[in-house]
Design a protein around this ligand. Sequence first.
Ligand code: ZN
Length: 200
Amino acid sequence: MNGAIRANLKKVRHDKRVEQKCIKCRSWKLIDGNFGKHSSGKHQVICYSCKSIANKDARDKDLRVRLRHHTASRCLTQLGEHTPEHFTANLGGYLGYSIQQLLVHLKDELRLREDKSLKVAIMKEGYHVDHKVPLHTFKVLNEGVIDWKVFQDCWALSNLSAISAEENLTKGGKVGFDVRTQEGGEEPQTDVTEDGTTNS
Ligand SMILES: [Zn+2]
């Protein structure tokens, strides 16, 4: 029975007036309801469901870009004039993990703690990345020399979590970093320190 149906499906001829093959998933779908239109009136060659997957990937990438940008910004504020050359380019090496690892850590931790999506929390609900042991308590600079062991303890994944803005405020009014507020990508110039002042 099933075999017969499958054999039949293989023989199906597609009516190109009403059906189109998506170049991404390679399945034939009714044009109506599955493919958008260009302004020229031509139908798009990628179906809606493939497009929504592509958009999701772009947003995931966007979250990584933002996390990277804001982590780098805070490190630059913390290290100030002592920041090594090419610090941002080698961020992962200094932190001891990649931004992808940071993202996975925050995602898993928030899922366990609040059963919530990191992307929604950060992009839509204003969650901040918080240092459980506050950043300012780490003595990263010792007479102008960076103690990289202390720096890595400060930035250890186990010391970072994504918390709501409200929770962040009740922790004593310390400002974490709101990854929604700046566009990522470019070299960070200024950032807000934990006591709310702006450094450059
Ligand atoms: Zn498709």
